[in-house]
Design a binder for this molecule. Structure first.
Ligand code: ZN
Length: 680
């Protein structure tokens, strides 16, 4: 039978994958992997790299080659049939990895290899993989007595099911909302291109007027521009109560959250940890929950005076200029945009007209080319949707990596932006080199009619961010699967290259080459850029405390909350401690907080702030030597991007920077330095 998922000759044949291909393909690779595990754990097999870990990498890589495209399709072109096949096979995949993590025969082989005379002669990358594996066996419950092992396996299976359900509920609650408005007067304030998009969406449903949705390109402009306050309020309410007890019971994530927290807590105790936060931190750069909590509280203390100033300014402006005496959650973005325009004399909409998609991509590729000595070219490939595109990365004419992009929001596609990998770099046994392949997914505004897609500056920053992850994966020079690219990189250091790349969106030499006004073709005027720059740290105090609020909630939830505790009460307490903007009592942020309940960031959301210290300090090396300096780019590529997970992130940072990370650059870049608290 010709099952495209089992064709490993080339890249996935995305367009040909049907839901009924999934089960046979998964069953086949899982059976083959089980046979391999059986064979390599036999008594007479020597505990060597070639006899044990090389065949294991081959077998598990095949599982990824089947499952990664399935996960991707499930995330970006979701259908009921695909979802059902995904869910039923996810359980089998999760079961296999739980079994593997608890396989004592395999654990014994890896321990014997680590203790063998051969060990010292292995490459640093291989030794790093072995040390990660020993750690992961312990974290997978390999050392537990049999009865507890079975319980541990049940917990893993259930957690993976809960995570998939959580994410599906958020998607369905988002997709399930629609509001049609016929009278354009109700949409007063919205920019023309947003109205056009809403009109096209209504038309597609055979309705007159305009369609409002909760997808970000629809939702956010309403919050930012709609002058009709009651409309903003009702949209805010719809968004803030997604997947909660106020909507359809089958989409309510309340019980899923409770069960997830309680199972994570039980898992941690089985493994001998005090709480799940300790489990989460075991493979990360940070040492302990208390260290992270102290870091976040320190950030909050530094940022809060600035955030309070931001809030006071916003209140004064709303009162004096807009006649709004009580600033509500649904007024924040609207008043902020008005204040921004008043103070800096430009609107996001005005900026957006300069960022047409292809021009932005060309500019991004040009800076990548200058810094890292590679070229990017479009290529033909089989794709899953007409929005998707395929590209090659070449160095000296040689293809070193490939990637896919899928940039626009649409129904059936998970929100947010992310990078995933579909192939990792690996030197094969026959001497051939397998090159890395990345998937870059965003949810930007799709083009309407024959106009190109226009990106906001924030969207441009998101694109650079995801490309930073992509470069980390694609410019690796590591030959071992387990630690090449982003594989094996500590989770709280993984945002270093991505947040690092964001900085270039504030460089005139970079930006000026990636703009052309959608109507006139003129590049971004310097005067407008100067205004953007002046506004760069607008409300940065408020943004910093918002990030700390989410991160501290996540960490305390997994470090201190009793398994039966009230997570909403904890969130209220965190907000009382760090937030400056009051939140309505009905706000159910946790119910759509997919990062920590469906995205692998549990007790890890702090990673963004943590890595921002590293990325800001790394970027300061460019500032110190002249911006976009190719020699510094080369050092960053060599010491950070190329080495991937083959050594601890702190070692890579020190090799690049020549010292330990310092927080000063982050505080300076975001305007959170004491001398500025009284300045305008
Ligand atoms: Zn990221």
């Amino acid at each position: 039978m010709d099952n495209p998922l089992l064709d490993f000759a080339d890249l996935p044949r995305f367009a040909e994958v049907r839901p009924d291909h999934i089960t046979p393909a998964v069953d086949q690779v899982l059976a083959a992997a089980r046979a391999t595990v059986e064979a390599i754990t036999a008594d007479d097999v020597p505990a060597t790299w070639d006899a044990v870990l090389a065949p294991l990498a081959d077998a598990t890589e095949k599982i990824s080659w089947v499952w990664d495209p399935v996960s991707h399709l499930n995330a970006v072109v979701n259908t009921p049939a695909l979802r059902e096949a995904y869910n039923s096979n996810l359980a089998k995949i999760s079961e296999f990895y739980t079994e593997l993590g608890q396989n004592l025969g395999l654990f014994a082989k890896v321990k014997a290899l680590a203790a063998s005379a051969d060990y010292a002669s292995l490459s640093p990358a291989r030794r790093q993989i072995i040390s990660h594996q020993l750690r992961d066996f312990r974290l997978s419950g390999a050392e537990l007595p049999d009865a507890e092992k079975a319980r541990f396996a049940d917990i893993q299976a259930r957690l993976s099911e809960l995570s998939a359900r959580f994410s599906q509920n958020v998607l369905d609650a988002t997709d399930g909302f629609a509001r049609y408005i016929e009278d354009v007067a109700e949409l007063d304030g919205l920019p023309d291109d947003v109205l056009e998009m809403m009109h096209a969406a209504a038309e597609a449903d055979g309705k007159p007027g305009y369609k409002l949705k909760l997808h970000f390109p629809f939702y956010f402009p309403v919050m930012q521009y709609a002058n009709h306050r009651a409309l903003r309020e009702s949209m805010y309410h719809a968004n803030a109560t997604r997947a909660a007890e106020f909507g359809p019971a089958e989409l309510d994530n309340t019980l899923l959250i409770g069960e997830t927290l309680s199972l994570r807590d039980e898992e941690a105790r089985l493994l001998g940890f005090a709480n799940y936060a300790e489990v989460s931190l075991a493979p990360k750069m940070a040492d302990s929950p208390s260290q992270v909590i102290a870091f976040l509280r320190d950030m909050a203390a530094r940022a809060k005076p600035f955030a309070q100033r931001d809030r006071a300014e916003l209140e004064a402006f709303a009162r004096d200029e807009l006649g709004l005496n009580e600033l509500q959650a649904w007024d924040l973005a609207w008043v902020s945009e008005k204040l921004r325009v008043a103070r800096y004399d430009f609107s996001e909409q005005e900026v957006k007209a300069y960022f047409a998609e292809q021009r932005v991509l060309d500019g991004l590729f040009a800076i990548i080319s200058k810094l890292f000595d590679v070229d990017i070219h479009p290529q033909a490939a089989t794709l899953w949707h007409p929005d998707a595109r395929f590209w090659e990365v070449r160095r000296n004419g040689q293809v070193v990596a490939q990637f896919y992009t899928d940039l626009y929001a649409r129904e059936g596609k998970r929100g947010g932006a992310w990078m995933a990998d579909i192939r990792a770099r690996r030197l094969l046994a026959d001497g051939r080199l397998q090159i890395p392949v990345a998937l870059l997914t965003c949810n930007f505004t799709a083009p309407v009619g024959d106009k190109p897609a226009l990106f906001t500056h924030d969207e441009v920053i998101t694109l650079f961010h995801e490309f930073g992850h992509g470069l980390h994966h694609m410019l690796t020079e590591v030959d071992e699967l387990g630690v090449s690219g982003i594989n094996g990189v500590e989770w709280d250091a993984v945002e270093l290259p991505s947040q690092f790349m964001e900085n270039f969106c504030w460089e005139w030499d970079v930006l000026s080459h990636m703009t052309a006004h959608v109507d006139s073709g003129e590049p971004l005027p310097r005067a407008l850029f100067d205004k953007m720059l002046a506004a760069k740290n607008f409300q940065s105090g408020m943004m910093a405390v918002r990030q700390v609020e989410l991160a501290l909630f996540d960490m305390l939830l997994h470090a201190e909350l009793d398994a039966k505790g009230e997570f909403m009460a904890l969130l209220d307490a965190v907000r009382a401690e760090v937030a400056v903007n009051p939140t309505p009592a009905y706000n159910r942020l946790p119910h759509s907080f997919s990062h920590i309940f469906a995205g692998g960031y549990a007790a890890g959301y702090y990673s963004y702030k943590w890595a921002e210290v590293l990325s800001a300090d790394a970027y300061a090396a460019f500032e110190e030597t002249g911006h976009a300096n190719p020699a510094v780019g080369e050092a960053f590529r060599r010491e950070v991007l190329a080495v991937g997970g083959s050594r601890p992130a702190i070692d890579s940072f020190r090799a690049f920077r020549g010292r330990d990370p310092q927080i000063d650059a982050l505080l300076r870049h975001t305007g959170l330095v004491a001398s500025e608290v009284s300045a305008e």
